[in-house]
Each structure stands twice: as C-alpha cells, then as structure tokens.
Design a protein around this ligand. Structure first.
Ligand SMILES: *[C@@H]1O[C@H](CO)[C@@H](O)[C@H](O)[C@H]1NC(C)=O
Length: 466
C-alpha cells in the first residue's frame, strides 16, 4: 500500500522515504525553500536514477492555463542531462554558474534526469543492471515518474508534463511517452502528459544515414567521387537494418561516418557549416583525452556521444569545465552523490550496452502516441547532419497516422523572434502533429538559436508565462 512520504518541499535535510510494495525506494532532498528538489529513485534492484527538479520563479497558473513541467532527455546514448542539458543548454545556470538569459525555466518547471541508469550521477551496483533496450529505459523512467508524481508537489497538483528530447533522447521519449500513456490509462501513474517533443531526434537511423550523402553533396562538403562511395556504404546500412542485423549496421554506419570525416576534411556532423568539434556544446566539453588533435581511434565511433575528442579545443581561460563543476561544486551542493562516483559527460558502458537497439527505429512508437491523441512536436535544426532535417522529414512520411496526408499538404508558417524581421523558423501543424524547421541551428537547437527555441518551447507547452 502507499505510505505517503513526509512533505519534502521544506526540508533541507535528506529524507529517506521508503515506500513499500511495488513502489521504489527513494532518497530526496532539496533547497530550503522548495524551489529545487533532487534525489535518487531505485527503479529496479541495483539500478538508481538521479533527477533534479527546478521550480520556475516565473510560475503563474490559472485553471484555464496550467503551468507546465518539462522533463529533458539527453542523447548519447549515455550523455548526462543533469550536466549537459542543464548547464550547457537550457537550465537556469551556465557552466560558469552565471544565469542563462534564455533558460527554459522562464516558461516551465524543469526536470533533468541522468537517464538511463549508469549515466552521470545515476548508477548501477552491477553492470548487468544496465539497460540493453530503449524499452527497458522507458520502463525505468516510468518507475521514476511514478515516484516523482508523488514527491513533486506541482506534479501532484496537475502540472502537465512535457517530455522534451534531444538526439538519442528522442528514442527514449517516444518509448517513454507510450509507456506513460499506458501507465496513466491503467491507473498506475497519476500524471498529466502534456506532449512529447523530439528535437533532432534519432527516430529512424536508416533515414538519417541515407540523408548524409545528398545533404553533404548539396552543401559542397563532399564531391561526387566520395559521394558514390558514401552512398554504397549507406546502402549497406539500410540492408543490414532490413535484415535485423542491428549491431552490424551500427558498425557500417560508423564506417560511413569515418569515410565522411576523411573526405569532408572533418565536417562537424552536428553543424555542416563547421569543422568537427566546433559546435558549441562539443566545444564546451573538456578534452578528456587531453590530446589537441583527435587520434584515429577516437574518430567517428564517438560521434553520437558528445564526447572526448569533440571537446578537443581548450576551454577559454577562466571558464569552468562541465567535468570540473559536476565533480566539484555541484556534487558538493547536492550532497547525496556517492563519494566514489566520478561524473562523466558520457558513459561508455551505457552506450555499449545499447548496441543491439541503437539502430532500431522508433517510428511505430511515434505513431502510437499520435493515435492516442498526444501532441507530438518534431523540431530540427537546419544545419544538423547527424539527425538531419531531410532525414526527419523522411521518417515523418512513413507514419501510418491518418492525419499525415493532410499534414503534408499544408503550407508552413514563418516564425520570427523578438523585434527581428529575420525568418527564424517555419511551423506546420495539423491536429496533434507539429513540425518546426529551425533555421540557422545545428544539432543543439537551444544553444544555436536560443530566442526561437524559447518561444517554441513556450508554444509547445502553452506556457502562461508572459
Ligand atoms: C495539443 O496542443 C494544442 C495547442 O497546440 C492544444 O490546443 C490541445 O489542447 C493539445 N491537446 C492535448 C491533447 O494536449
């Protein structure tokens, strides 16, 4: 039976709140005023997820327009949302712990989670507890939400939850969205799901793989000779996916990325206007290999990983590093992180454990969400290669959703930001599917185009913020 936790919002002390029966064990603490809460939820034996909730200082709510909550899911797989999404993308503070003027906290409450288990501050007591499929990750994250729905007062009061993902996080978001709807319908989870947003999301590896060559040819980053070779490699990825050889198809995909790297003079797969490692998130990461030029073994095998060589540039002098704060001041502030745990921006064991799922599409899960009437938003940066806009358009066209035909016929609405007359994005909406084309952004949309990203998230969540 439920035994309610003591109220946590006003406690600065660590509460050990052990729920019996099917409920997971949880450790929760926070700031004295309740504006931040964080903790661990044991979602399975030996498997612990870390989460961090921020309540917005701008919070207003009316019966007609509820204040929303965003759950941010980072990619990788294996990248830390609590570190990267929070301090490098949309959280209230940047890596130097200065206020971020474009923080999404102005429009919604925010929850960051180190998902799946083994990422960032989350941990497993045994490597066998790591997830090997997106669906296992979704099941764990659903357990987390069952706990948070009873622990976070604003969620209890009906704040609609929007699952917002980036990159590989989109595969978690699609599966988690479906899992959440099922749990709500069966009465296992008391929560309002506001919608699911898929930012530059790895929903269909095949469609993205097939998009690289034409895109890079069009923007002069490959020539025809390299293009022929790259097309053959992409065709092999497609064949292997069709044959269900998912791990092998990942190897072939990596071989394609290596070829592109060589023939394009190392185009940045997160932004084709740049060279490798120059995009803002990658450039902010520490050079953990501490070599100034990427060694061959660190080449494109790490591309989805936001990792190591991607941050091979020296950080500006006087600037914090994300690894520095996450293993220093932030860890000290949070108090409950195990002493021997070393935070890393990306967990290799988590990445490797998903080898048989990495190349599997999640289009069917997006279709299931649409069939439930859940608002699904796809947003994509124009300059991204790894999860390109043309690849996203290709998988959207594969949806079985009955609104698709009409959706595709509709004109797009140009969007602007602030007082600028410059076109910043296009939006097409039909029923519960929404697609934002974000101009001038690569893979990391909120970093590259913070103004339009903020107004987009405000629309998606129907935020009552002024
Ligand atoms: C979906 O979003 C629209 C606004 O874009 C809103 O009017 C509608 O109520 C939402 N539907 C659901 C089921 O949340």
């Amino acid at each position: 039976m439920d035994r309610p936790c003591p109220p946590v919002a006003l406690l600065a002390l660590i509460l050990l709140c052990l729920l019996h029966g099917e409920h997971a064990a949880a450790v929760t603490t926070g700031t004295a005023d309740g504006s931040e809460l964080w903790g661990y939820v044991q979602v399975r034996p030996k498997a612990n997820l870390f989460w961090w909730y921020y309540k917005s200082p701008q919070r207003v709510s009316s019966p007609a327009k509820a204040w929303p909550t965003i759950l941010w899911l980072q990619g990788g797989p294996g990248a830390s949302g609590v570190g990267l999404g929070n301090f490098l993308e949309v959280g209230p503070l940047d890596v130097n712990l200065k206020p971020r003027s474009s923080t999404w906290l102005q429009k919604a409450d925010l929850i960051f989670v180190d998902n799946p288990v083994g990422v960032g501050y989350s941990y497993v007591d045994d490597p066998s507890a790591l997830v090997t499929t997106d669906w296992q990750a979704a099941t764990d994250a659903t357990e987390l939400l069952k706990s948070l729905a009873t622990q976070i007062p604003t969620l209890q009061q009906g704040s609609p939850l929007f699952v917002v993902a980036e990159s590989y996080g989109g595969k978690y978001a699609a599966t988690l969205g479906v899992s959440v709807v099922r749990a709500i319908r069966s009465g296992d989870l008391k929560l309002t799901l506001g919608g699911v947003a898929l930012g530059d999301s790895w929903i269909s590896p095949e469609d993205f793989t097939l998009s690289y060559t034409p895109l890079l040819l069009d923007v002069s980053r490959l020539d025809d000779n390299a293009g022929d070779d790259a097309s053959r490699k992409a065709a092999k990825v497609k064949e292997q996916i069709a044959a269900g050889q998912f791990a092998a198809s990942q190897d072939s995909w990596i071989a394609l990325l290596d070829l592109i790297d060589t023939k394009s003079a190392s185009v940045d797969m997160y932004n084709f206007l740049l060279d490798s490692g120059m995009d803002p998130v990658s450039a902010d990461l520490p050079a953990s290999s501490s070599s100034s030029s990427p060694s061959p073994s660190l080449s494109n095998t790490q591309l989805m990983k936001y990792s190591t060589y991607l941050g091979s540039q020296e950080s500006e002098s006087g600037s914090n590093t994300i690894e520095g704060i996450m293993n220093g001041v932030i860890k000290e502030k949070l108090k409950i992180i195990p002493k021997n745990l070393k935070w890393q921006e990306l967990s290799d064991p988590v990445y490797n454990a998903l080898v048989n799922d990495f190349m599997k599409p999640r289009i069917a899960e997006v279709d299931e969400l649409l069939s439930y009437g859940v608002n699904v938003t796809v947003y994509n940066g124009q300059l991204d290669v790894i999860c390109s806009t043309t690849g996203a358009e290709a998988w959207v066209k594969k949806l079985k959703w009955d609104g698709l035909k009409n959706f595709l016929k509709l004109p797009r609405q140009p969007l602007h930001c602030g007082s600028s007359k410059v076109t910043k994005a296009f939006l097409r909406s039909h029923k519960n599917l929404h697609f934002y084309w974000i101009l001038g952004a690569g893979h990391f949309v909120p970093v590259d185009q913070p103004c339009i990203a903020l107004s987009m998230i405000s629309s998606i969540t129907q935020s009552p913020a002024s």
